[in-house]
Design a protein around this ligand. Structure first.
Ligand code: ATP
Ligand code: MG
Length: 245
């Protein structure tokens, strides 16, 4: 077994009386694409928030690339190479596409010229060439999703956490995003993606991890996970179609 790039061990997070993430453990190997799925409110984004250092777990530990993330800020975790996108794209005010990506690149590259060159290359890589000078509010939803990925790439990640980057995209845009995700892996970036678009997540994932009301209920090869009776039960009665693009 290859050593894990990310190791989540017995992680729990409560919000008042609600246990949003309940004793979850999982491993991510270098080079993997892992799909993290589950019904609305299952705890997927909360788990991402803890991995990315938005807030610490109440219990358990997360180890990334040999470093315990305990007590580390989001900025430090980002510098270690673990970077997330936001479920709701969060463009920085009226900055342009290039400025947004360059701001992330400046985290590890103090030179303005080098960070600008890196940002230009990333804009091309995610398919935003020609839009470098556009103010971010003028982008389409699909372009904003690609900018989220670009901003994450600006930080030069080893592991990227993608939170619903296909939500609201049409079929052609989803296909484009899937190509980008596969390209990330070829570039040596490990990927964990939260996604409600089941067809898309099945197409791209090496492995699926399923959460339901905070607990991990399945972890394994995609085809066997989707046939798991516990997983089918978790999704029955859930309005997941609304998210299918
Ligand atoms: N900051 C918070 N304060 C209080 N409750 C929260 C907070 N963040 C999440 N929750 C609750 O924790 C549970 C898990 O939420 P989370 O956003 O992690 O789910 P999710 O799996 O990402 O869902 P979705 O698919 O709808 O994005 C939900 O019941 C949610 O209402
Ligand atoms: Mg979420």
């Amino acid at each position: 077994m290859s050593p894990s790039l990310l190791s989540v061990a017995g992680v729990t997070k409560r919000f008042g009386g609600l246990v949003a993430v309940d004793d979850v453990s999982l491993e991510v190997a270098p080079g993997e694409i892992v799909g993290l799925i589950g019904p609305n409110g299952a705890g997927k984004t909360t788990l991402f928030n803890m991995m990315a250092g938005a807030f610490p777990p109440d219990r358990g530990d997360i180890v990334f690339d040999g470093h315990s993330l305990r007590g580390r800020s989001a900025a430090t975790i980002c510098r270690l190479g673990l970077v997330r996108t936001f479920q709701i794209p969060q463009p920085f005010g009226s900055m342009t596409v290039l400025e947004t990506i360059q701001t992330a690149a400046l985290l590890h590259d103090r030179s303005i010229a080098a960070s600008r060159a890196a940002a230009l290359a990333i804009a091309r890589r995610v398919g935003l060439e020609g839009r470098e000078a556009s103010p971010t509010p003028s982008l389409t939803n699909a372009q904003k999703k690609r900018l989220e990925v670009a901003r994450a790439l600006g930080a030069n990640p080893k592991l990227i956490l993608l939170d619903e980057v296909m939500a609201g995209l049409n079929a052609a845009e989803v296909a484009r995003m899937l190509i980008l995700v596969q390209q990330l892996r070829r570039d040596g970036v490990t990927v964990v993606l939260v996604e409600h678009n089941m067809e898309a997540v099945l197409r791209v994932s090496d492995r699926l991890v399923v959460l339901e009301t905070g607990r991990k209920i399945a972890d394994g090869p995609p085809r066997s996970v989707v046939e798991d009776p516990a997983v089918i039960r978790a999704y029955l009665g859930e309005g997941t179609e609304e998210d299918a693009a």
